[in-house]
Design a protein around this ligand. Structure first.
Ligand SMILES: NC(=O)c1ccc[n+]([C@@H]2O[C@H](COP(=O)([O-])OP(=O)(O)OC[C@H]3O[C@@H](n4cnc5c(N)ncnc54)[C@H](OP(=O)(O)O)[C@@H]3O)[C@@H](O)[C@H]2O)c1
Length: 325
């Protein structure tokens, strides 16, 4: 009898997992746009792995010149080789960008501005989570700098080129984790006062990505540059490598069963970057290749404006640079 119950329980669990997998496959959004990117230039940050890798590979498949903006030369070159081999497009280049350093972001932007005639798509994808709260060499919260201040500065420094290339797009990879944010606008670099402070630390950065997108969309109105934030879903990537070993093991098991594949996870980034459906919807938050459920805090225009003003100070924009947006 005991054995029969055990078999019944195991069979039920397998059936449930199977049903969930089918549900996940049916609800995962796929970008089906036939958009050709020949003659276009795209930058994808954090393109050496995960969602960024598949996003860059898709752009290369469509014929774009793709700039892999990565912090590690070796990992980036390996990704480049894979993309060139998979797509047959040799027009894929590596440039070094460390979003955890204001100097590196400035050096990267300077090189792009000096060497590229246009940028049609900028995907601010690079990001990390699961790290202890620490302060960067620039005196900023490292996770906030990597996930938000870095892309904020980069976007500012490339905005002239993006405007000259209009119609062009900026896609900010955020997350539904933003729903769990507890942002203190007066202490953006502090440790969140919350029980799961590491998770909230990450969630805060993702809320900032969405607030930034919304304010950017307002400031770019009429420029021909559109911007969107996206949630890729829960995706099996290297993202969980920074988590403590036990948590990592749990995530790996959960991910194998419940998460999207990396290619599936890249679809909404690709959709927001190339689909004609999103034109005129600047400021929209997408998930599964359709309008997503934007966190309530992200709709607060006053908060977006305050965040912008504080960010300008933290990334030390010059007076001239402030006028760009
Ligand atoms: N996976 C998910 O379930 C999930 C869910 C929601 C949102 N997201 C977001 O999706 C984006 C991509 O993450 P992923 O899941 O694809 O993880 P991933 O495989 O770890 O990719 C993250 C990329 O960001 C790069 N990166 C990290 N710190 C950087 C820095 N300081 N400067 C430049 N590049 C840096 C990484 O480079 P290295 O290889 O050198 O570390 C890597 O290329 C992130 O913004 C993340 O917040 C992910």
């Amino acid at each position: 009898m005991g054995c029969f119950i055990a078999i019944a329980v195991i069979a039920s669990i397998i059936a449930l997992v199977f049903v969930f997998k089918i549900f996940l496959k049916l609800t995962t959004g796929w970008d089906r746009s036939p958009t050709c990117l020949v003659g276009k230039t795209a930058i994808v940050t954090g393109a050496n792995s995960g969602i960024g890798f598949y996003t860059a590979q898709d752009f290369a498949k469509r014929g774009a010149k793709v700039i892999l903006a990565c912090r590690n030369q070796k990992r980036a070159e390996e990704a480049r080789s894979k993309i060139v081999e998979a797509t047959g497009n040799p027009n894929v280049i590596v440039k070094i960008l460390d979003q955890g350093s204001l100097a590196s972001v400035r050096a990267f932007a300077k090189e792009i501005n000096e060497t590229e005639e246009k940028i049609d798509i900028l995907v601010n994808n690079a990001g990390l989570g699961g790290i202890e709260h620490q302060i960067s060499a620039d005196g900023l919260s490292l996770i906030m700098q990597t996930n938000y201040f870095g892309p904020f500065l980069l976007t500012h420094l490339l905005i002239d080129l993006l405007k000259k290339s209009a119609p062009s797009r900026i896609v900010n990879v955020a997350s539904d984790a933003a729903h769990f944010a507890n942002l203190n606008i007066n202490d953006l670099n502090g440790i969140p006062d919350a029980y799961f402070s590491k998770s909230v630390d990450y969630s805060n950065t993702k809320l900032c990505n969405i607030l930034f997108t919304n304010e950017l969309a307002r400031r770019l109105k009429g420029s021909g540059v559109e911007t969107y934030s996206i949630h890729p879903g829960a995706v099996e990537t290297n993202f969980f490598d920074n988590f403590p070993p036990n948590a990592k093991r749990v995530f790996k098991v959960v991910a194998a069963v419940f998460y999207k594949t990396t290619e599936e996870g890249a679809q909404t980034s690709i959709y927001a970057s190339v689909s004609k459906d999103v034109v005129g919807k600047s400021g929209t938050y997408f998930a599964d290749c359709k309008r997503g459920w934007m966190p309530r805090a992200a709709k607060d225009q006053e908060l977006s404006r305050k965040l912008w003003e504080k960010s300008v100070e933290f990334v030390k924009l010059t007076e001239e640079e402030r006028q760009l947006l």
